[in-house]
Design a protein around this ligand. Structure first.
Ligand SMILES: Cc1cc2nc3c(=O)[nH]c(=O)nc-3n(C[C@H](O)[C@H](O)[C@H](O)COP(=O)(O)O)c2cc1C
Length: 374
């Protein structure tokens, strides 16, 4: 009822607040005998970690993950493997500065969840957004690192493809560039432009939004469930559930509305591997809520950071009008650190549907079928 859990068979429950002692998650439903050590999870957490460049918040959190349960040394190799029991992960909060928020403890920061949490619960955890803080997304990234290990051959990668109004040039897309610049941007030339652009935004005490694209390759055909468990609707819910996300598209997305039917359909031919070969991917790898075997392509739009130095009008808990300017440590573009979070959410949804497919259908359907005998 409280909605801190998602997934059907691969179930993730997260807990913790921005300024509490720790955050973390419990991952239930992970199959046994999957090699898992903290370093596998840490690699992904380090990509999301704050304070790594001048373009993200200067909050210094090591985000060191501890595996509290659900693994045990394999008899043959001595390496830890999953046991099939709940995997509890803990990440301590070490660099909270709650006093940054004490001056505005009764004031709702516009664009934040302070007012809505108060309207719902009547409790106002003003310290860095409490449970609504994107600190929670570290737990999702940790769960995603486990999810990535469940589907054989799965590769989920994300990239920032637009900052403010400035899009990348897709002709220059190079996945190797993504980890070479502080923006997870696949276009090196545009990344250089973003550095100057974002410096200007940050110095003005302002912020900008971004668009992120996540591509999942190695997803077998047949994952997803009609009609209320569609893969695309679960992906949309998972991505929309990330803090500051205001829009999600799959494949051609909103642009599909402007295409003609003949341009939009992904025509089919036979590939050399005995599987269908689609001549385009406007569907984003999903038809009828079920994966086609093509890469799954999802994009999401992240709003500009609400905590800015430029004063904004607001009200306080007692109904008094006031103004607020946020002086704490913040990302000038939260879309940057949203990239690994988007990857993690896609990995969790794909892993969940992979296990559901295995549970319901078992052995994959043998395709193509034998033609009818005449
Ligand atoms: C990785 C990440 C980091 C974020 N950091 C900040 C931040 O430093 N300052 C801020 O105002 N919002 C930040 N946000 C967004 C807020 O958490 C979010 O806007 C707020 O909780 C209200 O929720 P909503 O925008 O989803 O409606 C961040 C979001 C993400 C994904």
């Amino acid at each position: 009822m409280s909605s801190n859990t998602f997934g059907v068979l691969f179930r993730v429950t997260t807990f913790g607040e921005s300024h509490g002692p720790a955050i973390g998650c419990v991952v239930d439903g992970c199959p046994p005998n999957i090699a898992l050590k903290a370093a596998d999870i840490q690699r992904d957490l380090d990509r999301r970690r704050p304070g790594q460049s001048r373009f993200t918040t200067q909050r210094q959190e090591p985000d060191a993950v501890r595996i509290l349960s659900g693994v045990f040394a394999d008899r043959a190799t001595g390496e830890d493997v999953t046991t099939g029991t709940p995997i509890a992960l803990l990440i301590e909060n070490l660099d909270q500065r709650s006093k940054d928020y004490s001056d505005i403890k009764d004031v709702y920061r516009p664009g934040h969840a302070g007012y809505t949490y108060d309207a719902k619960y009547g409790v106002h955890d003003y310290r860095g957004g409490g449970r609504a803080s994107a600190r929670e997304t570290a737990s999702r990234v940790a769960a995603g690192a486990i999810a990535r290990k469940i589907v054989p051959g799965l590769q989920v990668r994300g990239a920032l493809i637009q900052m403010g109004p400035h899009q990348i040039d897709r002709a220059r897309w190079n996945w190797d560039e993504v980890d070479r610049n502080p923006f997870f941007c696949p276009d090196a030339q545009q990344a250089a432009f973003y550095a100057d652009y974002l410096d200007g935004i940050r110095k003005r005490g302002s912020s900008v939004g971004a668009v992120i694209e996540v591509v999942a390759e190695g997803v077998p055909a047949g994952l997803g469930a009609p009609v209320y468990g569609k893969l695309d609707s679960d992906l949309a819910a998972a991505l929309m559930g990330i803090n500051a996300v205001k829009g999600v598209e799959i494949g051609a997305g909103f642009a599909a509305a402007a295409l003609s039917g003949e341009d939009n359909v992904d025509e089919m031919r036979m590939g050399n591997d005995g599987k269908p070969r689609f001549l385009s991917n406007n569907a984003g790898g999903i038809l009828g809520g079920i994966s086609t075997g093509q890469p799954i392509v999802a994009r999401f739009a992240v709003k500009p950071t609400s905590s800015i130095l430029i004063p904004r009008r607001t009200v306080d808990r007692y109904g008094r009008e006031t103004e607020v300017s946020t002086k704490g440590r913040h990302d000038p573009c939260v879309g940057i650190r949203a990239v690994p979070v988007g990857e993690a959410m896609v990995a969790c949804v794909v892993a969940d549907h992979y296990l559901r497919q295995r549970g319901q259908v078992g052995t994959p359907v043998k395709w193509p079928f034998d033609p009818p005998k005449v």
